[in-house]
Design a protein around this ligand. Structure first.
Ligand SMILES: NC(=O)c1ccc[n+]([C@@H]2O[C@H](COP(=O)([O-])OP(=O)(O)OC[C@H]3O[C@@H](n4cnc5c(N)ncnc54)[C@H](OP(=O)(O)O)[C@@H]3O)[C@@H](O)[C@H]2O)c1
Length: 284
């Protein structure tokens, strides 16, 4: 029984090997053949075949390369933390690539949004453990955009190749990240991956406060403090999309920005007292 080492070479070699390995699907390009082959080889380490006609030294060299290529399928680059602290504690290294379990998807990361939460958690060991557990190295990163590259069992709403953005439970500073479908949405064509990665953590509290808690409806009058901020600028747009009358506070220099988002009334919190401006409005 043949249960030894590897194989290398050009198209002919790959064709021969595919026969031995016996792959169900039919790859069409050399790269696809190589990908399938290497995956197969890595998973069934003891079924490799030596092609003896080639130069031994060259074989060893290529074997090394082939093995590294196989390793890459299960590894990825990530920015990790072994200990909370300053940004100097970040290390760029290879780690195990996550695998999507039942009810999960695997995303190839394009962009990661960095929020105040990232720096707060990065700088505090207790918070790092609270959010990401005791395992080290830990990988920060919550807001991610990218493409779906693998799907676990029982996932119905997403397909491989879908452009998405998501809020993950850490792990975003990496080439690949596992996400929950219920925390993920398809990226609209009219926003970029970069823009999409800036959405989740800032938009979710705005959405929850207005839609889920306040149950905003057409004609409501809404006061949004810090309308120029990360959460506030989403809140203004969400409230307007529900047909509300929006009053938003900000520093004077951000007045035009706040109004450009659709706010009906701007309050400069340094020169106006919002109590006086809103004295005729019942707040809850
Ligand atoms: N629960 C959550 O999941 C969640 C998520 C994200 C944020 N948050 C919280 O939501 C709050 C806002 O976060 P953010 O990300 O939007 O912060 P941000 O982007 O830093 O915005 C804060 C804004 O506050 C405005 N501001 C400062 N002093 C003000 C005052 N006296 N009156 C009115 N506005 C004032 C500033 O506007 P000017 O520049 O115009 O002065 C600034 O743009 C924070 O407390 C944050 O912790 C919660």
């Amino acid at each position: 029984m043949v249960n030894t080492i590897v194989l290398l070479g050009g198209k002919t070699t790959i064709g021969v090997i595919m026969m031995f390995v016996g792959n169900g699907s039919k790859p069409s390009t050399d790269r696809e053949k190589s990908d399938q082959l290497t995956r197969k080889n890595y998973r069934t380490k003891d079924t490799f075949i030596i092609l003896t006609k080639q130069n031994t030294i060259l074989d060893k060299y290529r074997l090394h390369r082939k093995w590294n290529f196989a390793k890459n399928i299960l590894e990825m680059k990530a920015i990790v933390l072994n200990q909370a602290g300053s940004v100097d504690n970040f290390i760029y290294q290879e780690v195990e690539r996550p695998t999507p379990q039942k009810g999960e998807i695997l995303i190839k990361t394009k962009y990661v949004g960095v929020n105040p939460m990232d720096s707060i958690v990065r700088g505090n060991e207790q918070l790092l453990t609270h959010f990401l557990g005791e395992k080290r190295p830990a990988i920060l990163g919550w807001d991610v955009s990218g493409d779906v590259v693998a799907i676990g069992e029982a996932v119905t709403d997403f397909n491989i190749g879908d452009a998405v953005f998501t809020c993950v439970l850490g792990g975003g500073y990496a080439e690949y990240v596992v996400a929950k479908p219920e925390h993920t949405v398809h990226k609209p064509k009219n926003i970029s991956y970069q823009e999409a990665a800036a959405v989740p953590i800032a938009a979710i509290p705005a959405w929850e406060a207005l839609v889920k808690i306040a149950q905003i409806k057409q004609g409501d009058k809404v006061l949004i403090h810090a309308g120029s901020g990360g959460v506030g600028h989403f809140a203004i747009q969400i409230a307007k999309s529900y047909g509300a009358y929006v009053i938003a506070t900000s520093f004077a220099k951000n007045k035009d920005f706040v109004l450009s988002l659709g706010a009906d009334r701007h309050i400069d919190y340094q020169s106006e007292n919002f109590y006086d401006v809103l004295s005729d409005i019942v707040l809850f």
